[in-house]
Each structure stands twice: as structure tokens, then as C-alpha cells.
Design a protein. Structure first.
Lengths: 155, 767
């Protein structure tokens, strides 16, 4: 165990933890965050995604020791129910969810990609999401939501 | 007030929607409660209005339902139902879902049965209608105005002269003390202001902002973490467990062994993951598995339980004398639910009672199973539903609830169990069944179908545990309870009413038993014989269980028949259908798709390179629980054997529509999930165990695909019973795609999934 400082959604937390612990377990078990989810533990589905210094990262295969001083944003770090972030609002407007378990990965992967590639085409956005699964297959609405957000961002 | 008070306190004090506060906080208001509704001291009587509906002094309406939401929209739709029947706004309704201490036992939320059960004249709908009539009657007495002179709006009942009284003033905080009324009248669809409208999902904001609490997010004070260690091979049993192999792992609390069930418990999740992978267990070799490549031939040869569903007893004669006799065989693999979340549950087992926070679709049956495994009375177990990820049937939700209960009992503390992806996909879930289906049809000189014979073999082992069979899922079986299995028997002649719940009977036959006909079609000579054989793997309901497999075979075969007689596939279907609701969906889908009317395959198809085609399929889901037709337009890359669906058009009739927005979402998801299952999903195995245990080996279509357009035509029928809508559209997808591939290429794919290798083989052998 060792003391690790973690900056999550703008707040610094000091946690006594085995440094090999996956970041996901720290976020969900220690900080009780609900955004990042355990889907596969293998980095294959995207449910555990967080944004780390601007990049979408799979927290289930990222040891907490690898975070260093990076700033972490989870789904709840974007906006709140009272004041959702525009990409969250786009998903609400398009009703782009069924069970919603994958949403964190879909929204954060799309956001990180569009932040870095604001002029991305639909095909490029699709490619960026090629490693993200939604098993309810809400694909149609999710792409509509991402498009809506991308349009608003460009405007 | 001795009974019901804490329930009322809960109503008064909980200001937020149930979705937005913690599942564990539900416990507090009930912690000291005794009595009929508040604890497991006695069960909840579904014939009493108070079991379903309560009204607070602020006129807030709380409804208790045994049908829960795991993404299919039942939370929103049931809230609409209550708002509609009680004439209040949506935000004046609180819906409490699936908790054995406070909601009525409605069995399992499954099989597209929630709408039929709760949106017609029984269950929640009957309770709501009873409550409205009771409130009107009370208001009539209090105001001295006849009931037919009263009007209701937003929880306030008014007479014409302006006198009015609110629900809260009439009953707030008190019990109705009434039985459900069998004569209580539902508000008619013509009056609806909330039901039937496209109401946005009530939980989406919490989902999109990360505030929604899934079962994975439940934290109980003092909670430890558990993992399970499953056998390395099917049929393997524990020989010995070397506990010294994990000694020294920090935080390790206990290695738990109960017959073949093994689990580990530790303080932190990382520690328990390490312990589970490091624990040395010696297992027996296991029973071995039949070779996958010969599996469909293997199951035909197994002892079977046989059921004749229809038998007009003249099929062989008609086949022998046919102008043309057409035969084909179809096969469908085991498929996984493959929920996006590996399942999770939390249990807190004390010496004499237990609480389980579970993603199960069946809180009451799970309560019974947990009680059996723990050896305590079921009245001492409380199961609280907390949503897991979408499950589509019997994923690991029930088995992980058992896991958590067993581990918590062993350590005497609350334990959270998170299955690994492999635990879930190799052992945790009960797969959708593999099937092989033989079809034969007799055509007359004009090309009409005069006889249809269908014989199918489907595998089965275990299934939903229900109240009495915890061994129907892996944890119960490992802990020493046997799964339900197949007792071979021969078929007797059909009797009683037509039972087509699995869609074993094609839509085009009359479906007659002793002169009483329940089919959707016109073909009078019919025989359907179903063999069920023992499965080497656990099986269970997966979205449209067997209905999808059977419909794939029926609807592809119908296409083969229409191609044989060079008839248009839509016209040929209409020629053989009698059920008007089927005819209407087929026509509606064809019209919306601008169906290109001609025989298949397309005479202008390209023989090489890329080519396009269209196909149709339809079904009366479960015989009478929803009607759907689907067209698919595909592009086939014949060199690569790859299929790209360009567009789906769905026409669906599920009676009166509760929420068109919700249904469209279900249709879109169902159709694309069906596409993923048709094109890539297949459970694989070697000689010992399942090998498709991650997303690297079980092939789900990711978000990155080129997403086809999905257009939905909703046929609203306010004058009939409400039917299911969650499993209808997926039932016809594989067939519609297979038929479109045939139209595009002239090659028939009779085995799901249509992988590039299989499609290329079909292309190479086409005539």
C-alpha cells in the first residue's frame, strides 16, 4: 500500500492503496463514483472509460500508479442532472440510451475524440468508437446524439 | 398507526425519484417496521389495492410494481400508466420496482409479458383503475355530488359547482382497505393524455450524468469483495483446494468451498481478483464435450423429449402426392446474452436473515433460491432489485446473487461479488439454445403450399431457477442442487388449445387442434414435432428464446418456397396468411420500404463483386403477443463474403401503444441486436469448455460499424389487448437478412451466424 494523490473531477484525493490497483477500482470502490463501470476488465468494451489529461483511457487496465499527476474526468465530472454538459444534453435530447451502462464509455470516448478532432467526419467518429460496445444496440440514437453535439460545438 | 406507517413515512419523506437515490437508503425506513406491508413478516397480497397504490398527504401517488426496468422502458411506461389512470402529472407519481418486502410478487419480468400483465385489465392497471374509482366514490360522499358529475384533474376531484377535494385530503397517509375491483374501468385510449404519448425516458438524465445507481454502485457499510473460481472444464468437480496458495495475499478474508462452489473474499477488489487467479484448485477432468463442428448432427441423435404441437395426420400423404416437394434444414448456434456488464450483486447475510441487492429479473423466485442455498426461511430473505446492465434474458444476474449470498453467509459480513468477463461468458449465463430445424413443404400445381412439416431439435439444461430450482444456474448446481434436465419421452397427439409460445408453428398454417384453429395462416395440412435434448451447457431465455430460432427457419423456408415458384416474397406471404394483423404489418412494411415487387433472387444481380438485395420476414410473436414485419436491404461484398445492411423498415402492431418513443427505441435496439446475432455471434467451445469468453472471441458488432437506417411504422390498435413489444422485432431479423442475401446473390445461408466463411461457401455452391 502507498499513499497516492489523485485529481478527479477537479478535486484532489489522497488514497492509501496498492499502486497496482486498476484506476477503475479506486474510482468506484474508494471514491464511490458511478460513472466509470466494470464491463470486461480487459479493455475491450469501453464501459470503464475516463478522460485522463484529454485522452479517453480505459480505467480497468490502467494501474492507479500510472496516473501520476494527470487530471481525471469521469462522466459525473462533465455536468450534473441540473446542468448537463452539452454532450450529455445531446444524449438526453436524442433519448440515446436503453440500459445506459455503456453511456460513460460512449460519451467520454466521443467527447475526447471531438475535443481533439473538432472537424471529424461521421466516418472518423465511427472509427473512434470502433472499440466501444453497446449491447442494447442504441447505435442509431448514439450517433445522432454525437452528431448533434459535434454540430453544436462547431457552431 | 401500527401498520403501513413506515411505508407512509417513506412516501412522505423521500422527495426524489426512486432512480436517483441509493438502493441501500431504501432499507432505513423499513429497518424497524413490522406488519403486513413493511417487512417480510408476511407477504404482500396482490388482491389488495394497498399492495399496489398509496397516496401521500401531499397527493403524491406511489405505485408498487413487480415488473422492473433494465433498459426496456418499463419504468417510464408504468409511471405513465399510473399517471394516466389516476389523472395526475408524471412527476406526481413515484414507482417502486421489485422489492420482496414492498412490492407484489409478479414472478419474472420477462418474455414480453410486462405489458400484457400490467397494461390490460389485471395487475398494476387494475389497481390504478380501482384506486381512481375509489377516490371518486369517496369524493362523491364528501362533496355530496354524484360520481358522474365529478371531474378529476391533477389529483383534485371537482364538482360542477366548484367544490373540490384533493387525493391527499381524501386518503393521504391512510390505507384504502379495498380489494382490487374486477369491474374497475380503465380510462379508454380516446381519453388518454399521458399514456400513448411519446414520453421521454424518465431515467435518462441520471444515466447520462453518471448519477444513476446500478447494482455495481451499491455500497453497504463494512462491505467486502468476493470473486468466484469456476471449474476449468464442463463437468469438472473439486478434488482439493490448496488454501496455502493464497496465504499472504493482503486483505484476504476467506476461501469458501461448498461442494464444487468456490469463492474468495477479501477487503479490496484488487486483492480478491489476485486471490481468485492465484488459488490452486485440483479438479477432475470433466465430462468432455461433443465436437462443435458436428454438433447439429450430434443433437439429432440424442434421446429427446418429443412434443407434437400440431398434427393434421395427412402431411405424409400430401408430401408424397405433391406437385413439388421442397426440403431444407436450418441451424442456429448457442448465443450469449453478452451483457455489457459482467454481473454483480451485493448480499448481507446475518445469522437469521439476509438482504440481497440484485439485478435479477425475478426478485421473488431469487428470494426462494437464496433461502434454499442459505438454509433459512424465504420470509427471512429480502431481495431488492437494483438495475444491472441490459440483460435480454437469463444472464449472470441470478447466479451472481447466489454467489454473493453464499460468500456473505460464509464470512458473516456484506459481500459484493463482481463476476469477471470470463465468469460471465463461460459460466455465468444460461445461453440461448442451439437448434436444428428440418422443413418440408408440399406445393400444388399452381405453386400454393398445401402441406407444411417442421421437425426441430433444440437443446436445454437448467433455465430460470423459478422458486424451486436454484440448480438451474451454475452457482446452485455447483453448490449441490441439480439442474432441471430432459426426461426423454415420445410425443402424444396434440390436444387442447394451440400453444405456439415458441413460434414452433409457422405463421402460414391453420394451427388446428381438434377442429379449433389458432394459426395465422391458411395451410391445412400441418405437422410440427419438437424434440428437446439435453444440452452440455446451461441454457435459458435469450431475447426471443426459440421464437427467433424457429422464425429464422420458417421465414427463410417461406422465402425458398416463394423463390421456387417464382413468386414475389411479399405476395406469396399474403397469399398464405389469414390473420389480418399479420397481413397489415406485412403490407405496411412493404409499403414503407417501397418494396420492389418481383421474385427473388434479383434477376439483375451482379455475379461478382458487390451486389444488393432486399428481403422480408414476419411473425405473430408467440402466436398472438405482437405482430411484426421487417424488410432488410443489404449490400453483399461477394469477394469478401461480407454483408452490410443498408436499411431496415419495421412495421409493428402491439395493440394500444403505451409510449411510442419507448417502442421505437426498443425496435431500433432489437433490430440491430438481431443483426449482430445474425452476422457474428456464436458461442464456441473446445473439447473441455467454452472458448468464447471475451469480446475478442465472442463477436458483437461495436459502435464503430456503419449503422443501417432503421425506420419504424407503428400500427396503433387502441381497441385490442396490449401485447409485448420488446422481443417482437428481433425475432425476424436473421430471416430478413438471410432472405436479402439470397435476393442479392442467389446464395442461401441456412446457418446463423452468416460469417464471411459461411457466406463464401454458400456463394461457391450456388446454382
Amino acid at each position: 500500500m502507498s499513499i497516492i494523490a489523485l485529481k478527479v473531477n477537479g478535486t484532489v484525493h489522497s488514497i492509501d492503496i496498492d499502486p497496482e490497483t486498476p484506476l477503475l477500482y479506486v474510482l468506484s470502490d474508494e471514491l464511490h463514483l458511478r460513472g466509470p463501470k466494470f464491463g470486461c476488465g480487459l479493455g475491450q468494451c469501453g464501459a470503464c472509460t475516463v478522460i485522463m489529461d484529454g485522452d479517453a483511457v480505459r480505467s480497468c487496465i490502467t494501474p492507479v500508479s500510472a496516473v501520476n499527476k494527470a487530471e481525471i474526468t469521469t462522466l459525473e465530472g462533465l455536468g450534473t442532472a441540473e446542468k448537463p454538459h452539452p454532450i450529455q444534453q445531446a444524449f438526453i435530447d436524442e433519448q440515446a440510451a436503453q440500459c445506459g451502462f455503456c453511456l460513460s464509455g460512449v460519451i467520454l470516448t466521443a467527447k475526447a475524440f471531438l475535443d481533439q478532432n473538432p472537424k471529424a467526419t461521421q466516418a472518423e467518429i465511427g472509427k473512434a468508437l470502433s472499440g466501444v460496445l453497446c449491447r442494447c444496440f442504441t447505435h442509431v440514437r448514439m450517433f445522432a446524439a454525437i452528431e448533434r453535439y459535434a454540430r453544436g460545438r462547431r457552431a | 398507526m401500527s401498520t403501513g406507517s413506515s411505508r407512509r413515512d417513506f412516501l412522505k419523506t423521500s422527495g426524489a425519484l426512486i432512480v436517483s437515490f441509493s438502493a441501500t437508503s431504501l432499507l432505513r425506513p423499513f429497518a424497524f417496521a413490522q406488519g403486513q406491508f413493511d417487512t417480510h413478516m408476511s407477504h404482500i397480497d396482490p388482491t389488495k389495492l394497498d399492495s399496489w397504490i398509496a397516496v401521500g398527504s401531499d397527493s403524491m401517488v406511489t405505485a408498487y410494481t413487480g415488473k422492473c426496468d433494465f433498459g426496456q422502458g418499463m419504468y417510464t411506461a408504468q409511471t405513465q400508466l399510473i399517471a394516466e389512470e389516476l389523472c395526475v402529472a408524471l412527476d406526481r407519481v413515484r414507482l417502486v420496482q421489485c422489492d420482496t418486502s414492498i412490492t407484489p410478487d409478479q414472478g419474472t419480468t420477462s418474455g414480453s409479458q410486462s405489458t400484457p400483465n400490467n397494461f390490460n385489465t389485471a395487475g398494476l392497471a387494475q389497481a390504478a383503475a380501482t384506486a381512481r374509482e375509489a377516490l371518486l366514490s369517496m369524493a362523491s360522499q364528501r362533496l355530496g355530488v354524484r360520481v358522474d358529475q365529478l371531474s378529476v384533474a391533477n389529483g383534485v376531484i371537482s364538482g360542477k359547482a366548484g367544490a373540490h377535494i384533493s387525493y391527499g385530503e381524501l386518503i393521504g397517509g391512510k390505507r384504502f382497505n379495498l380489494s382490487l375491483s374486477s369491474t374497475a374501468k380503465r380510462r379508454s385510449p380516446g381519453e388518454w393524455t399521458v399514456l400513448g404519448k411519446p414520453v421521454p425516458s424518465l431515467d435518462i438524465t441520471a444515466l447520462a450524468t453518471g448519477e444513476f445507481e446500478f447494482v455495481h454502485n451499491v455500497h453497504v457499510p463494512g462491505m467486502l469483495h468476493g470473486r468466484v473460481v469456476r471449474p476449468p472444464a464442463i463437468g469438472a468437480a473439486v478434488v482439493s483446494v490448496d488454501e496455502s496458495s493464497v496465504r499472504g495475499i493482503p486483505g484476504l478474508v476467506k476461501v469458501v468451498v461448498r461442494k464444487n462452489f468456490i469463492g474468495v473474499v477479501a477487503e479490496k477488489q484488487q486483492q480478491v481478483v489476485q486471490a481468485a487467479s492465484q488459488l490452486k484448485v485440483t479438479w477432475t477432468a470433466g465430462s468432455g464435450l461433443p465436437a462443435q463442428q458436428d454438433f447439429y448432427e450430434y443433437i439429432r441423435k440424442q434421446p429427446s423429449r418429443d412434443v407434437l404441437i400440431v398434427n393434421s395426420q395427412d402431411v405424409e400423404e400430401k408430401l408424397a402426392n405433391a406437385a413439388a416437394l421442397i426440403k431444407a434444414s436450418y441451424s442456429h448456434p448457442y448465443q450469449a446474452h453478452g451483457s455489457i456488464a459482467a454481473s454483480c450483486a451485493v448480499a448481507d447475510v446475518k445469522t437469521d436473515r439476509a438482504t440481497v441487492w440484485s439485478p435479477t429479473q425475478s426478485v421473488y423466485p431469487t428470494r426462494s433460491g437464496v433461502a434454499t442455498l442459505l438454509g433459512i426461511p424465504q420470509e427471512s430473505v429480502r431481495v431488492i432489485f437494483v438495475r444491472g446492465s441490459g440483460c435480454y434474458g437469463l444472464n449472470g444476474a441470478d447466479t451472481v446473487s447466489y454467489d454473493a449470498a453464499l460468500l456473505s453467509q460464509a464470512v458473516g459480513k456484506p459481500v459484493r461479488v463482481q463476476l469477471s468477463r470470463k465468469d460471465e461468458m463461460a459460466w455465468g449465463e444460461n445461453y440461448g439454445a442451439a437448434c436444428v430445424i428440418d422443413q418440408r413443404a408440399a406445393l400444388d400445381a399452381d405453386g400454393a403450399i398445401v402441406a407444411w412439416d417442421c421437425e426441430n431439435w433444440a437443446v436445454s439444461l437448467g433455465g430460470r431457477p423459478g422458486y424451486d430450482h436454484p440448480g438451474n444456474v451454475i452457482t446452485g448446481a455447483l453448490a449441490g442442487y441439480g439442474p432441471e434436465t430432459i426426461t426423454p419421452s415420445t410425443a402424444s397427439e396434440p390436444s387442447g388449445e394451440l400453444r405456439n409460445g415458441n413460434n414452433a408453428v409457422p405463421s402460414y398454417v391453420v394451427g388446428c387442434i381438434s377442429g379449433k384453429c389458432g394459426g395465422a395462416g391458411k395451410v391445412r395440412s400441418e405437422r410440427v414435432l419438437v424434440h428437446t435434448v439435453k444440452s452440455p451447457f446451461f441454457t435459458g431465455p435469450l431475447r426471443s428464446p426459440l421464437r427467433l430460432q424457429n422464425t429464422f427457419a420458417h421465414e427463410c423456408f417461406m422465402d425458398e418456397l416463394s423463390a421456387h415458384v417464382k413468386s414475389d416474397p411479399v405476395a406469396y406471404r399474403l397469399q398464405h396468411l389469414s390473420e389480418t394483423r399479420m397481413i397489415d404489418v406485412v403490407k405496411a412494411a412493404a409499403k414503407a420500404a417501397k418494396w420492389d415487387e418481383r421474385p427473388s433472387p434479383n434477376p439483375k444481380r451482379a455475379k461478382a463483386g458487390k451486389t444488393t438485395g432486399r428481403g422480408i420476414a414476419c411473425v405473430a410473436y408467440e402466436g398472438d403477443n405482437g405482430y411484426v414485419a421487417l424488410t432488410a436491404e443489404v449490400e453483399v461484398d461477394q469477394a469478401a463474403g461480407r454483408v452490410q445492411v443498408i436499411r431496415f423498415v419495421v412495421a409493428q402492431d402491439c395493440g394500444p401503444i403505451s409510449n411510442p418513443a419507448g417502442i421505437r427505441n426498443q425496435i431500433e435496439g432489437g433490430v440491430l441486436q438481431g443483426m449482430s446475432r445474425a452476422l457474428g455471434e456464436e458461442v464456441t467451445w473446445d473439447e473441455h469448455n467454452v472458448t468464447s469468453t471475451s469480446w475478442g472471441t465472442y463477436h458483437s458488432l461495436p459502435l464503430g460499424i456503419e449503422v443501417p437506417a432503421v425506420e419504424s411504422v407503428l400500427i396503433n390498435r387502441p381497441d385490442v389487448r396490449a401485447t409485448g413489444a420488446g422481443e417482437t422485432a428481433i425475432t425476424v431479423v436473421a430471416a430478413a437478412i438471410g432472405n436479402a442475401i439470397f435476393d442479392a446473390t442467389g446464395a442461401r445461408s441456412r446457418q446463423v451466424p452468416f460469417t464471411p466463411a459461411r457466406l463464401k461457401a454458400a456463394l461457391d455452391t450456388r446454382s
